[in-house]
Design a protein around this ligand. Sequence first.
Ligand SMILES: C[S@@+](CC[C@H](N)C(=O)[O-])C[C@H]1O[C@@H](n2cnc3c(N)ncnc32)[C@H](O)[C@@H]1O
Length: 208
Amino acid sequence: MTKRTLKDYEHVSLRPEYPAGAVDFERIFGRAAPVHIEIGSGKGTFLLNQARRAPEVNFLGIERANKYYRSAVDRIGRWGLGNIRIIRTDAAHFLTVHVGDSSVDCFHVYFPDPWPKKRHHKRRFVSGPNMAQMLRCLKTSGVIRIATDHADYFEQIEGVLRAYSQSLEKIEFPPAAGAEDGELTGTNYERKYIKDKRDIYTVAVKKS
Ligand SMILES: C[S@@+](CC[C@H](N)C(=O)[O-])C[C@H]1O[C@@H](n2cnc3c(N)ncnc32)[C@H](O)[C@@H]1O
């Protein structure tokens, strides 16, 4: 089988060496619209399906791994969707340095790497400092949606949310618009875990 060469689509990807200062979402999407950010967007399956079903929203994916990022850029470019941008960088750094206060409507954090070994727990994305950053970036009533298959990580996530309970309110976690029947998010990992019959834990909160 011949492997197709992945194509770069310049209009889809933001350069990792994004200029200093906060991203001007209106400029990078060419329109003013609600902004949703997916942390760890993998090969872009959630972004593609969600952006197709919610054309009124601007979606930014942040993905650290070059292999997945390149695959996502290729797919997004081929699908010809104008409301997705993606950047290959570390999400914690990008939020801290490049995302302005009260500029984001929703964060999607689906199946973040669980780092199961105790000595690696500090690498988990959902931590106190990253929650503080997401809350800073969110508009009032903005939403954070999190899903994981990892019970121990979910416990940590609930602990982090409890620590910020003054600034947020728990809400329902309805299936994402791009999810298929029986799915909650429609990401590749969720599809894999549904096949494996793994438990999936979800939580959604709103910034108060
Ligand atoms: C387990 S995969 C899940 C991918 C996708 N969300 C899904 O559910 O199919 C986690 C993804 O997050 C990316 N990732 C992990 N830490 C990251 C970080 N700090 N910044 C950006 N991407 C990150 C990984 O490279 C990987 O693609």
